[in-house]
Design a protein around this ligand. Structure first.
Ligand SMILES: O=C(O)[C@H](O)COP(=O)(O)O
Ligand SMILES: [Mn+2]
Ligand SMILES: [Mn+2]
Length: 575
């Protein structure tokens, strides 16, 4: 099938670039005190929402879905996330996402007939005494992983006669309630104890909070991955603290550091009565990383897969010869990891690919924490460029400090670099991500989240005005909600749940199912209007989704949308 796009009958390309600006984690929530956007002073965003920029340009406004089935997740109650959001922005149609594909494989047990499963289990059954290690994010957040998948793997391994099993659990508090670790860990400890009673040697061996242990992304800080390696693989009790159980570790850390939330709990190793680690990995073991999402799984996968002499990020020490597989292949193009249990969605014919085939220049830009979102996720989970000449990918280095201590993050620097790159590289299309609403939202720090939104507003006003001055078009949207809901809300009363935050509520650190804005302004926009009949496919809800933004971009670039994409949000005004 050709990539050639037909010129549009209704839309005309502006002289300047068409720019998709993603405010990460900024939904349109309730007008309440826990909504950091609503409570922040954001005069520019207010103007966009009211239909005119402060300089008088027309703004077209829509509110669209960014969660559940509209982005390929199993249920409408599933909150959105950056992977599915940027996949949707990039692909223009809805793909069954990792969460859904893994659910199906686990439910039907289809994975048990796959080569990878058999290869892993060879080490651990029929007289071989290799241990099966299950490593991953231990919650039901369903963004990176789900405990039900790990339980399914455990059951399947036992069914096949595997006798030695170890869990290496990363504590969440980011996609689920901020101090919920024990809700997931205690049942696991009980279950493993009951297995031990039946003669199966199953235990938790190590763990740690996900933001300081193992789950770094986009190479922001390899020390995080190294800590995980020391805890899970080498069981290095010199550098990592030891405990008799995971729940003991969690409770002790909480006592020692008042107010610490799960994502930041330090790494730990479980030891036996003689103070020996119970789950140090050894030659002939097998390891499964049961996270299905790639961004925070790629680095640790590389640690297992990279041959001797090719790995330069830290000293892997005396590395055991293990068989390693991921739940999915996280980057199909770079083949990371080499072995995987469930095949990932094959996302193709994305906006990025169409652009280069039609001679359009593209700029992707963000700071480190979201850099892969506008490249890897936007390109359908492939990190490499489609075309070296036509594409420019700019990463502004993120700070390694906690985001609530500097909620402005790199918004100003991203804006500077974007405007400079627009002038020098002259892109036809730009995709840019401001990380603030999301990254600060995840800390649960409400006051910082308010400042985050104010920082986004100031940068946005400079960027959007700059785009309009250059006779381009700005499409300002978001990939999912987060900072518009900074408190856990009681489903029955609709009010915040009481808790320990300075505001008196229980902080909400996760994303939400809140719809997001689409605000379009710039060259020639007054000739178009929102097509209210456009939806993402669910007739009952009669709402469009972020997936409809892709065709909007290609239309504004003067092309008819490709057949396989869902329709764009705009139509020419009838005269
Ligand atoms: O990885 C994270 O930081 C969170 O689990 C999800 O946030 P993101 O989907 O916005 O990256
Ligand atoms: Mn996001
Ligand atoms: Mn997020």
């Amino acid at each position: 099938m050709s990539f050639r796009l037909e010129p549009s009958k209704d839309f005309k390309k502006p002289p300047g670039p068409v720019c998709l600006i993603v405010m990460d984690g900024v939904g349109i929530g309730n007008e309440e005190q826990y909504n950091a956007w609503y409570c922040a002073r954001t005069p520019f965003l207010d103007a966009l929402r009211s239909g005119k920029t402060p300089k008088g340009s027309v703004v077209l406004n829509a509110v669209v879905d960014a969660s559940g089935r509209s982005v390929g997740l199993p249920e409408d109650s599933d909150m959105g996330n950056s992977e599915v959001g940027h996949n949707a922005f990039g692909a223009g149609r809805i793909y069954s996402q990792g969460a859904k594909l893994v659910n199906e494989s686990m439910d039907s047990k289809a994975f048990k007939t796959g080569e990878t499963w058999k290869w892993l289990l060879e080490n651990c059954k029929d007289g071989k005494d290799g241990t099966l290690h299950l490593l991953g994010l231990w919650s039901d957040g369903n963004v990176h992983s789900h405990i039900k998948h790990a339980y399914a793997l455990l059951d399947a391994a036992i069914e096949e006669g595997c006798k030695h099993i170890r869990f290496h659990i990363l504590l969440d508090g980011r996609d689920v309630s901020e101090t919920s670790a024990l809700l997931y860990v205690e049942p696991l400890e009980k279950h493993l104890a009951s297995l031990r009673d039946k003669g199966i040697d199953a235990q938790i061996a190590s763990g740690g909070g996900r933001m300081v242990t193992t789950m770094d992304r986009y190479e922001a800080d390899w020390r995080i991955v190294q800590r995980g390696w020391l805890a899970h693989v080498l069981a290095d009790t010199e550098s990592i603290r030891t405990f008799s159980s995971a729940s003991d570790a969690i409770q002790t850390f909480r006592k020692e550091e008042n107010g610490v939330i799960d994502q930041f709990l330090p790494p730990f190793i479980i030891v036996d009565d003689k103070r020996n680690p119970v789950g140090k990995m050894k030659d002939g073991d097998s390891v499964i990383l049961f996270n299905f999402r790639g961004d925070r799984a790629i680095e640790i996968s590389t640690c297992f897969d990279a041959p001797e002499g090719t790995f330069r990020h830290f000293d892997r020490g005396c590395m055991p010869k293990v068989r390693f597989a991921g739940m999915m292949q996280y980057d199909g193009e770079s083949k990371i990891p080499k072995h995987y249990i469930v095949s990932p969605p094959h996302i193709e014919r994305t906006l990025g690919e169409y652009l280069v085939h039609n001679g359009c220049r593209r700029l992707s830009i963000s700071e480190t924490q979201k850099f892969g979102h506008v490249t890897y996720f936007f390109n359908g989970n492939r990190a490499n460029k489609f075309d070296e000449e036509l594409e420019l990918y700019v990463e502004v280095p993120s700070s390694r400090e906690r985001e609530n201590t500097r909620p402005w993050m790199k918004a100003a620097e991203i804006t500077d670099s974007a405007l400079a790159a627009i002038d020098e590289f002259k892109p036809d299309f730009v995709v840019l991500n401001y990380a603030n609403g999301d990254m600060v939202g995840h800390t649960g720090d409400y006051n910082a989240a308010v400042i985050a939104m104010e920082a986004v507003d100031v940068s946005l006003s400079r960027l959007v005005n700059g785009i309009v001055e250059r006779e381009g078009i700005a499409i300002v949207s978001a990939d999912h909600g987060n900072c518009e809901t900074m408190a856990e809300i009681d489903k029955k009363t609709g009010k915040p749940v009481k808790g320990n935050s300075p505001q008196g509520w229980k902080a909400l650190t996760s994303h939400t199912t809140t719809p997001v804005p689409v605000m379009i302004t710039g060259y020639g926009i007054d000739k178009y209007e929102i097509d209210e009949t456009v939806t993402w496919g669910d007739e009952n809800r009669k709402k469009a989704g972020i997936v409809n933004v892709t065709a909007t971009c290609i239309n504004l670039l003067g092309f008819e949308k490709p057949k396989e994409w869902l329709p764009g949000l705009l139509k020419a005004k009838s005269v």
